[in-house]
Structure formats: C-alpha cells, structure tokens
Design a protein around this ligand. Structure first.
Ligand SMILES: O=c1ccn([C@@H]2O[C@H](COP(=O)(O)OP(=O)(O)O[C@H]3O[C@H](CS(=O)(=O)O)[C@@H](O)[C@H](O)[C@H]3O)[C@@H](O)[C@H]2O)c(=O)[nH]1
Length: 406
C-alpha cells in the first residue's frame, strides 16, 4: 500500500513509519517538524539523541534498502500544499498523528490553548476536507485517545466507542440505539480529540469516508523492533514536565535518583500500552478497514490499566527510588476506577507486551544509558490546569514543592 503518515517524525509516527516500511509498504511522511520546534521553545530535548528526519530516513535506506519519503507540510496551515500532495500521490491509506499531543502543554497559557485547538482541529478538518474534495477513497486512521471518555466511570466497562442506550418513546416503547460515547475531556488537548470525533462522524456519514479512530491509552517504552536496528533510528523519549508521560517519567526519574513525581494521592487509574504494541495495532487497523458507508470504526488501543501510585510503588521497589507525593497541577479526579473493553484488537491477534515482562529491560536499555542527558530542572510538571492551582504550585524550585517523600 502507499501510505501517508501525517506526523511521521513524532513519538509514534516515526516507529510506525519504520514498521510499515519494513512490512513492504510505500511510506510517505508529511510533517511540519513542530515537535522539534516545541522542544526548542521549552528548552528541552529528547532523552535519546535524535537525528534530523532526513538523516533518519537516509540511515533507514542504508540499513534496509527501503525508502521513506519526507515532505515538510503543515496540515493545519498549508491546505493547498496538502491537497496538491494528496492529489498527486493518491495514497491508499492515511495515518493521522499530526496533532499537538501533550495535555500539560495545551494548558500552559491562553496562547498554548489557542495553538492546540487551532492546530489540531484545523489539521483534522483540512485532511477530511481534502480527501472529500479529491474524491480520494483512502482509509483514514486517526490516533485518538482514551481520554475522550473521561474518568468518571460508574464501575461499568468502557465500550469501544459506542454506547448502547434505550430511549423511551412517548408511546412508552423503548428504542435501542448506539451513540458515540459521551465525551468528557480533561484538558484542552483531550477536548480537541473529542472535537475530532464529531468531524469524523460527520464526514463518514456525509461523504462516506472510511475512518478508523484509535482510542489509545498512555504509551510507555521507546524501542520497537525497527528502531533498535541502528543507533540513529532511535525513537524520541520525553521526560520533561510537559511531554513526558507518567510511566516513562517514573523510569527516568528512578534512573537519575529523582523522587518519583506522583500527583496527589496517585489514585488516578489510566490505560497503558507499549509502543511496540501501539505500532502493531496501527498495522492491524490498516488491514481491517471499515466498509464504505460504515460508521467510524473505533478501537480501544490499550492493553492494561494501572493506578499511578501502584506504578510508582512498583518502580520504587525495583529501583530503590523515593516517591514524592506532590500537589496535583491538574484538575482531575483524585481516585478513579477504570475498566476498558479491548476485545477488538485481541480478536485480531494482538498479544500484548506486559508491563511485568517489559519494564526492567526498558530501565536498563534507555533510562540508564542516556541519564547523563537529563536536565533535572525540566523534570517538574509546572503547567497548571487553573489559575487557582497555578498559585499553589508554580515557582517552586526542585524539591521545595514536595509535600512529602517516602
Ligand atoms: O509525573 C507525573 C505525570 C503524570 N502523572 C499523572 O498521571 C496521569 C497520566 O498523565 P500522563 O501525562 O501520563 O498522560 P496524559 O496527560 O493523559 O496524556 C498522555 O496519554 C494520553 C492517553 S490517555 O491518558 O488519555 O489515556 C494521550 O492521548 C496523550 O497524548 C499523552 O500525552 C495523570 O493523572 C497525571 O496527573 C503523575 O502523577 N505524575
């Protein structure tokens, strides 16, 4: 297949591009390199040393003989460029990662909120609009988030995208139907993914686009089979307070002797998936497109759920690290349960990498190896969800804002 990977220079886009190229597909990356600019804005860098995208694709070609093509295109701003590219190349599938994906970054300031909404919603809409205008029947796979469901569960399992409901008619009969699971975003970033869902629903109905939306949990790990092949193919690894996700942050914190930064009581339960399984799921989705005219196909792309404090305690036991119980910079439920249905990928043959089996290897491989590259001052998460919360947590130097360390 000819596949366009929008955002193919990012944390999941890059290993996905390699994985699909390795599987024999003709891969074309479209990316505006915004993650690299945001690193510069924030004054942080990936834990792992990353080469330019041109250099990465050159090494891939030297290693495998396969070409991955790179196009510097901004989906949100360069509509005509995007449309011209799609018109010329007419890909069989488009994988859409080209969005600002960090919740803390999206909450940093009014400017960051505007950027995240404008970038994410425009990128998604431009893509849908161009596919429709060009009459291009490419399967669109979008990387969505588990966060669209929210975390105020009532003890019931979260279905894969659609909720069966019974509505009573005036005649007293019950009409059964399935509706898109009610959105309940916890950040501006998550809100943009909820808006994406509506855009998909409309275009699938109105213009019979074939769309798959992957509601992914928190990704951990950094290597995939292909990124291990050469030092310069390595994936990025974010550890800073804005882009670092919880488990990868705990791993690097343990490696550098920094107390594990648990927000609040650590009672938040979240869904997780290893990066290797994430790229496998994307390939499975690619092989199983919805029919033309079908509703948006939705998968829950996660393999395990864990409570944040349980993860911290597990890593503390394994590594001897301390745990810091911090005031939570986010507005979120202090404690929640989370049960998620994920049978669709399991039925398609996914055999997940478990945390238990994979975790130690990740600590040794990546966190310890590159610990010397960490800037400790960039570890704290200082982006606050409200002005009131900001007043209580910001401007505290390392260590001083720890409520307690155990
Ligand atoms: O040092 C930290 C960092 C985070 N947390 C807590 O861990 C939980 C998860 O935070 P996270 O930063 O790992 O994940 P999140 O902000 O939800 O976003 C990440 O995970 C999402 C999937 S999900 O969480 O919505 O399932 C993806 O969509 C996003 O792109 C990705 O950045 C939150 O309760 C947070 O307060 C800590 O206790 N300590």
């Amino acid at each position: 297949m000819k596949i366009a990977v929008m955002g193919g220079d990012g944390f999941i886009g890059w290993p996905t591009s390699l994985h699909l190229s390795d599987a024999g597909h003709d891969v074309h990356i479209l990316d505006n390199l915004s993650r690299r600019w945001i690193d510069t804005e924030l004054g942080v860098q990936s834990l792992t040393p990353m080469d330019s995208i041109q250099e990465r694709t050159r090494i891939w070609h030297a290693e495998t003989g396969r070409r991955i093509h790179f196009n510097l295109i901004d989906l949100a701003r360069d509509y005509e460029l995007l449309k011209n590219w799609l018109s010329e190349h007419r890909p069989d599938a488009v994988i859409h990662f080209a969005e600002q994906r960090a919740a803390p970054y999206s909450m940093k300031s009014d400017r960051h909120k505007n950027y995240t909404v404008n970038n994410n919603v425009s990128a998604t809409h431009n893509l849908l609009n161009a596919l429709t205008e060009l009459n291009l029947d490419a399967h669109l796979i979008h990387l969505g988030t588990m966060g669209v469901y929210g975390y105020s569960t009532v003890g019931a399992a979260i279905p894969e995208g659609y909720l069966p409901v019974g509505i009573e008619t005036p005649a007293g009969e019950t009409v059964n139907q399935e509706i898109l699971y009610p959105s309940n975003p916890g950040s501006i970033y998550h809100m943009t993914k909820c808006l994406d869902q509506l855009l998909f629903q409309f275009y699938a109905k109105n213009d019979v686009l074939r769309i798959t939306d992957l509601h992914q949990g928190i990704v951990w790990g950094t290597h995939t089979e292909q990124t291990r092949r050469h030092a310069q193919l390595i994936n990025r690894f974010d550890y800073d307070g804005d882009y670092g996700t919880v488990l990868n942050r705990f791993l690097i914190q343990a490696a550098i002797g920094y107390p594990l930064t648990v927000h609040g009581t650590g009672g938040q339960t979240r869904a997780f998936i290893h990066i290797q399984d994430s790229v496998r799921c994307i390939e499975l989705a690619l092989k199983n497109p919805p029919a033309r005219g079908a509703r948006v196909e939705i998968f829950n792309q996660m393999t395990e759920t864990h409570r944040v404090r349980d993860l911290a305690q597990m890593i503390a036991r394994m590594s001897g690290a301390d745990i810091a119980w911090l005031p939570n910079p986010r507005k979120e439920a202090a404690e929640n349960e989370l049960i998620v249905q994920n049978e669709k990928f399991r039925n398609l043959g996914l055999e997940p990498i478990t945390l238990e089996a994979g975790l130690l290897g990740e600590i040794v491989d990546v966190a310890k190896k590159f610990a010397y590259r960490v800037d400790r001052s960039r570890v704290p998460a200082v982006s606050a969800w409200t002005k009131d919360i900001a007043a209580t947590i910001n401007h505290d130097p390392e260590g001083k804002r720890l409520k307690s360390v155990s």
